[in-house]
Every structure is written in structure tokens, then in C-alpha cells.
Design a protein around this ligand. Structure first.
Ligand code: NAD
Length: 518
């Protein structure tokens, strides 16, 4: 680590104002934004709409139509027809290079309208531009990775083997058919890409259900997909609340596979629903990430690195750090540096230059976070920074101060995911104690060790009960390596972003062929 501590700062906003194309898209000529089903705008039979707002100002961005059972039926029918075609000309029959060409065209259109998609993430999602720009880059990175995987992983017949005299067998791999992606509000562009590209490139047609707080990115990508020339029904965007639209998708037996990212409670409920009619499901869920800081680490520098990561999207990142275990030898210096880093975060509107800590996504989240702060104290945590509401002049958003607590090994002050720049610091006497405490959580998404001794770090990292185990880094993703959760944070199946993800979007049958009995 040759970085100087002063170079390590929180992700920061550049000034951002809505481009006219985004404003026009949201206004939609004075009509609510419709869902996209079978290549057409559908306002829905429920005559229900919901509003999506800028969390930093509570200004209305767009009114959006909600889809119910009738529209989910329509979308499943359209997606199934697009999948099969007339028997030989469906999406499943299209050559891989043709599918890749359409995906590439879509990526190019996203890049042409980069400003509009950044506006969706920054204004609808409440992100600072530095993070939104990184997220935007995932569209191309994800499309290119899965295009490459699609060229390598053959669908269709596997090698034939003799299984008995006169009997041979082989595998047959094919797409599921109609699949769905149910997406959380915090990373809409990233998760739309992570679900859509492997699903489409492996030959499925898809229903995408964006979160009600951030539906704009997926709706805009759906619009661009039409312009790119995707056949009708291949990509359908179904907007609405989880308990209405999401529930209806989960209950539909025509949806053969669901990829869900969101909270553990919702994921568990959807899995139970899917199980009733045999829909397969993959879940990536919440976390309560741990960081272990060993005694040989530079406390000032590591505190700033950990602080930067803990504040990514204002702590509203699934895998990020909320529990810190630091060697007693360096605890005082670490705590002082972490407290200074958290306290110095510039709270402000996410579209104003210099903002590092913007508003949380909605009033429910704000209430939950304030309650969690009180509970942390009630469980014995000692406030280093007490959190609470924050004011930003001229902006009526959901602003909160960062919070940081001191705790000790006997206390369990931080049992649940608190989606904010919120962390507890627990001084520990040994690496065994740190590991035991880090692993004493039902979540298992991401954890890290911070040390100069890489070998020791790797040895400890391997012992985490998490899907992503890191040394001197956190919130790390890379295409080709699975990103998934253990415990209540994920499963079944492999994580996302790897070859297994692509395979998860396919089913494998064994075909046995015996000679005709004479
Ligand atoms: P959420 O579980 O409330 O909602 C996720 C999605 O599920 C939304 O689209 C919602 O409308 C839908 N939904 C809600 N109830 C439903 C139901 N009964 N049936 C079908 N669909 C339903 O989560 P959220 O608040 O949008 O997102 C935050 C959560 O997501 C956090 O727990 C975070 O850690 C997690 N997350 C995990 C990852 C990961 O990769 N592991 C990534 C991002 C976010």
C-alpha cells in the first residue's frame, strides 16, 4: 500500500443537473411512464400509478404505471412466444453471434445516452456521480464478459457416452424459457445488466421487475432495447410494488427461473412461493460486512480505506463494511482516525459538487436507520458519532449523519443490516477472537482482513463464512469470479458474474438412447 492517507477520500459528487432528454423521458408528454410488454407501452388494467422521487430533494421525477396479474400474464405469454417463435425462429433458435450483435447495439445506445442513464442513477437513485459513473461502466463490462462466456459454453448436446450395451447417453443443455429478474433499488443499472445479459445470451427471454424506488434505469434500458431491434417480447419491463407486481411474477408458473437480489426476508418468501410450482430461483441478498484490522496495519491509512468503503453509496451497498474488529494494539489510533473520517464526510445534495454523503432512499429507510441507532445504544454500544437527522440547506431530502459506535466482544450491538454509513468498532485481543466475532453473523456476503502480511491475510480470509473474502480491499467484484452470499445472504446456486451464472440460466437434461429391441 503505497498510497498516502490524505489521498484516500470518500466517493465524491461532481455537479450534476438533469439533461433535457432525461426530463423529457420522465415527463413523457404528461402521461405516466408505461411498462414495456411485447414491445409496446402498457399502462395496465389496474389504473394504478406510483411516483418516483429524487431522495435528495423529494422532487417528483416521474409517475409510473403499476402492473398486476393481467399484465404479468400478458408479459409471460409474449416472452414465451418470443422464446419459441413459430417453432424454429424464436430467440432460443437465434445464433449466438446474432444475439451478441443485438446486445452490442444495446450497449452502444446506452453509451450514446450515458447522460440520461447517469441521471437515472444520480437523481432517481441518489448516488454521487463518482459511483454512478463506475456503475455505468458495468453495462459494457458485463455484456462483453457474458458474450465471451456464451461463445465458450456450448448449449445443446454434450458428448455421448456408452452407459450399457446398446445404450448411450448424453446431456442436453437448453435455456429455461421465460425468466425474471427482480431487482433492488440500490444498484439499478448494474443489476439490470447482471440479470439481463447472461439471461439473454443463454437464449432466455426476460421479465425485469425494477424496484419501485428506482424504476427509471430499467425503463430507459427497455426503451433502448426496442431501438436496438430486439424482437418483441424478448425484454419486458414490469413496473410496480413488490407485493403486487413482484408477487404476481413469483406466483406465475410460466416463469421458469427467477433471479432475485434484495433483502433476505423477501428472498425467503419468494423462494417459498416459487417452490409451490417448481420455478427455480437464485438469490443474492443483504449483508452485514466485517473488516478485521490486524496489529501490523497502519491505523490511519486503513481507517480511511475502510471509511471510504463503508460509505460507498452512503452505506447502502449490500456487501459493505458495518462491523470492524481491530487489534487492541492499534485500536486507539484507528478509532480516532475512523471517527475523523466519518465526521469529515461532506453531507449534501447528491447533484452538488463535493457531496460525499447524500440522502438515504426513502422515509421508511430513514426511520429504520434511526431506530437501529437507538437499538445499538440500548444493546450497549457507545456512540463515537451519534448519527441522527441532518439538514442540508434548501433541500428537503432524507438526510442523516453518519454513525459510529464502540463495542466490546461480549456485546451483540449490531445484529442486522443497517443500510447506512453506520459501523461498529470492536477492539479485539487476537485474530482468533476477531474471526470468531466476524463469523458470528447469519449473513455471509463480504468480509475483509487488513494487514501488511499478505500470507496471514489470505489464511484468515479463507476462514470467513462469506461468499467474498478479501485482503486489503472490500466491495470487490470481478467478472469471472462468483459474487454471491453464504448463510442468509444468498443461494441456492453459484453467485453472479461467473460461468456458473450463465449455466444457471440453462437447464440440463440427460438423454438416454437404446438400440431398438429386436
Ligand atoms: P427488497 O427485498 O425490499 O426488494 C427487492 C425487490 O423485490 C424489489 O424489486 C421489490 O419490489 C421486490 N419485492 C418486494 N416484495 C416482494 C414480493 N413479496 N414478491 C416479489 N417481489 C418483491 O430490497 P430493497 O430494499 O429493494 O434492496 C435492499 C436490499 O437488497 C438489501 O438487503 C441489500 O443488501 C440487498 N442487495 C443485495 C445485493 C447482492 O448482490 N447480494 C445487491 C444489492 C442489494
Amino acid at each position: 500500500m503505497a498510497t498516502s492517507p490524505t489521498e484516500i477520500r470518500a466517493l465524491t459528487a461532481a455537479a450534476f443537473r438533469a439533461p433535457q432528454k432525461f426530463v423529457d423521458f420522465c415527463r413523457n408528454g404528461g402521461k405516466p411512464l408505461a411498462a414495456l410488454i411485447n414491445g409496446e407501452e402498457v399502462t395496465g388494467t389496474m389504473n394504478t400509478t406510483f411516483q418516483t422521487i429524487d431522495p435528495g430533494s423529494q422532487e417528483l421525477l416521474a409517475t409510473v404505471c403499476e402492473m398486476g396479474d393481467a399484465e404479468v400474464d400478458l408479459a409471460v405469454e409474449a416472452a414465451d412466444k418470443a422464446f419459441r417463435g413459430n417453432g424454429s425462429n424464436g430467440w432460443r433458435d437465434m445464433g449466438i453471434e446474432q444475439r451478441i450483435e443485438l446486445v452490442n447495439k444495446l450497449v452502444e445506445l446506452c453509451e450514446r445516452d450515458r447522460d440520461v442513464l447517469l441521471a437515472c442513477e444520480i437523481l432517481d437513485g441518489g448516488k454521487v456521480s463518482e459511483l454512478a459513473e463506475g456503475d455505468f461502466g458495468q453495462i459494457r463490462a458485463c455484456a462483453e464478459y457474458f458474450s465471451d462466456v456464451a461463445r465458450r459454453i456450448a448449449l445443446g448436446d454434450g458428448p455421448s457416452v456408452k452407459v450399457a450395451d446398446g445404450v448411450r447417453g448424453f446431456t442436453y443443455r437448453e435455456p429455461w424459457g421465460v425468466v425474471a429478474g427482480i431487482i433492488p433499488w440500490n444498484y439499478p443499472i448494474v443489476l439490470t445488466s447482471w440479470f439481463m445479459f447472461p439471461a439473454l445470451l443463454s437464449g432466455n427471454t426476460i421479465l425485469i421487475k425494477p424496484a419501485e424506488d428506482t424504476p427509471l434505469s430499467a425503463l430507459y434500458i427497455g426503451k433502448l432495447a426496442q431501438e436496438a431491434g430486439f424482437p418483441r417480447g424478448v425484454i419486458n419491463i414490469l413496473t410496480g410494488r413488490g407485493e403486487i407486481t413482484g408477487q404476481s411474477i413469483a406466483e406465475h408458473p410460466g416463469v421458469k427461473y427467477i433471479s432475485f437480489t434484495g433483502s433476505p426476508g423477501v428472498g425467503q418468501a419468494i423462494l417459498r412461493t416459487c417452490d409451490r410450482h417448481g420455478t427455480r430461483m437464485k438469490r443474492e441478498m443483504g449483508g452485514n460486512g466485517a473488516a478485521i484490522v490486524l496489529g501490523d496495519a497502519d491505523p490511519g491509512m486503513v481507517a480511511r480505506m475502510v471509511g471510504r468503503l463503508a460509505n460507498q453509496h452512503f452505506g447502502q451497498t449490500c456487501c459493505t463494511i458495518h462491523r470492524i474488529f481491530v487489534d487492541k494494539k492499534i485500536a486507539d489510533d484507528f478509532i480516532e482516525a475512523e471517527k475523523a473520517f466519518f465526521a469529515d464526510l461532506k453531507i449534501g445534495y447528491q447533484g452538488d459538487s463535493g457531496t460525499q454523503l447524500g440522502a438515504v432512499i426513502n422515509p421508511t429507510q430513514r426511520r429504520r436507520i434511526l431506530k437501529a441507532e437507538q437499538e445499538t445504544i440500548a444493546r450497549g454500544g457507545k456512540a463515537l458519532l451519534a448519527g441522527g437527522n441532518a439538514d442540508v440547506a434548501g433541500r428537503n431530502g432524507f438526510y442523516l449523519k453518519p454513525s459510529l459506535y464502540l463495542t466490546s466482544p461480549g456485546l451483540n450491538v449490531n445484529p442486522d443490516e443497517v443500510f447506512h454509513t453506520y459501523a461498529t468498532i470492536c477492539p479485539v485481543s487476537s485474530e482468533e477472537e476477531a474471526l470468531h466475532l466476524a463469523n458470528s453473523s447469519p449473513y455471509g456476503l463480504g468480509a475483509s482482513v487488513w494487514t501488511r502480511d499478505i500470507e496471514r491475510g489470505v489464511r484468515l480470509a479463507k476462514q470467513f463464512h462469506d461468499g467474498t473474502c478479501q485482503v486489503n480491499c472490500h466491495n470487490t467484484i470481478a467478472y469471472g469470479l462468483p459474487y454471491g452470499g453464504q448463510g442468509i445472504s444468498g443461494g441456492p446456486g453459484a453467485g453472479v458474474n461467473c460461468e456458473d451464472t450463465f449455466r444457471d440460466y440453462t437447464q440440463v437434461k440427460s438423454i438416454f438412447v437404446s438400440d431398438y429391441p429386436e
